[in-house]
Design a protein around this ligand. Structure first.
Ligand code: NAD
Length: 333
């Protein structure tokens, strides 16, 4: 993929009202990865008038997806005629599997027709993004990386922030879909991998913010104060951003239902550390978060949100937890 240094730091932004001006795309949109994020995003496409053919691995998921208005199939090959396929998968391995295929079945690169576009919205490494982009290019297909900021509630409410990168013509072709899925799209580069680097870097700001919130709330609590007014003061004064407001409230309320499950968050932490190591950049605060998350998973919190860093910090401070832990029954596993 060709790098365009000039586009690295200039963003082209799609406004909200662009959503209403764009003509509809023809044919069904393929969708792969119908979990916490993907199911909400695919359902929004349906509400906006798109037909969506959704690939699931297990038959028992079909009913849930039909109820959302999707056309589910267990055959990846049923998506091969689509002009656009969106993927929202957990990690590098899953994205490689659906693009490259295996001994048993062809992947998207072999199966899609030349001219089709894969809109890849998962949080993955820069290496995996470059590898699958190159594979699609060999087969004459477009590849746009478009990872997102925002949790499943934001996905449902079309409030995602999308970081997009790819050949400009491919990105433009995906615009109508991006406009339906998010509130704002930042086009950051021609090289898809750059979108993934920006996404990982941004997630590390949130991860370290969560850790700092978790530690300080444990201190306030252990000294016998109510952390709610403390967080209210902080978010009304020095820390008024979304991360402190959203996650401060979750940690104070001890609400740790996913959301963004700890193992997936740990995956992002590991990817970010690997990206940093490649360029000899130490990220000591991110290493602390990795150890905290690993401890949380060892304690059996793999089904909790990454805001459960609050629970982990409280336990390490000797506080007894009072978490209202609710595992989301709609989660597609
Ligand atoms: P999830 O685990 O809830 O969903 C992943 C889905 O992919 C599941 O339905 C699973 O069955 C399916 N899947 C896994 N491997 C597959 C394969 N090989 N072939 C087909 N389907 C497969 O995950 P999620 O929370 O929806 O996150 C999806 C992606 O979005 C991840 O990359 C994550 O890092 C990113 N993300 C998540 C959040 C969040 O708050 N949950 C926010 C931003 C970005």
């Amino acid at each position: 993929m060709k790098d365009n240094p000039q586009s690295r730091f200039s963003f082209r932004v799609t406004s909200d009202n662009a959503r209403t001006r764009r003509p509809p795309l023809q044919g069904e949109i393929g969708f792969i990865g119908l979990g916490h994020m993907g199911a909400a995003m695919a359902a929004n496409l349906v509400v906006s008038g798109y037909g969506v053919i959704a690939h699931v691995r297990r038959l028992e998921q079909m009913g849930r997806l039909k109820a959302l208005g999707l056309n589910p199939t267990t055959e990846l090959a049923d998506l091969f005629a689509c002009e656009f396929v969106i993927s929202m998968l957990p990690d590098d391995g899953a994205v490689r599997e659906i693009v490259l295929g295996d001994e048993e079945r062809d992947g998207l690169a072999i199966g899609l027709t030349p001219g089709a576009t894969h809109l890849s919205m998962s949080t993955i490494s820069t290496a995996a993004a470059s590898e699958v982009a190159a594979e699609h290019a060999v087969h004459g297909q477009g590849y746009v990386a478009a990872p997102v900021f925002g949790n499943p509630d934001a996905a449902k409410a079309r409030q995602l922030f999308i970081i997009a990168a790819g050949a400009p013509a491919d990105v433009e072709r995906c615009r109508p879909l991006l406009d339906v899925l998010g509130q704002r799209t930042f086009v950051v580069a021609d090289n898809p991998a750059h979108a993934n680097l920006i996404k990982l870097a941004g997630n590390m700001l949130t991860a370290t913010t969560l850790e700092a919130l978790a530690e300080i709330v444990a201190l306030i609590r252990k000294r016998g104060l109510d952390p709610k007014p403390f967080i209210d003061i902080m978010t009304d004064t020095m820390f008024g951003g979304r991360a402190h407001r959203i996650y401060g409230e979750k940690i104070v309320g001890e609400r740790y239902a996913p959301g963004f499950a700890l193992p997936l968050a740990l995956k992002d932490v590991r990817l970010a550390l690997a990206e940093a190591e490649k360029t000899a950049v130490p990220l000591p605060s991110v290493s602390v978060v990795r150890d905290r998350m690993t401890a949380g998973i060892a304690h059996g919190y793999a089904d909790l949100d990454w805001s459960a860093l609050g629970l982990i910090a409280a336990e390490q401070a000797g506080l007894s937890a009072n978490a209202s832990i609710v595992v989301d029954p709609a989660s597609a596993k």
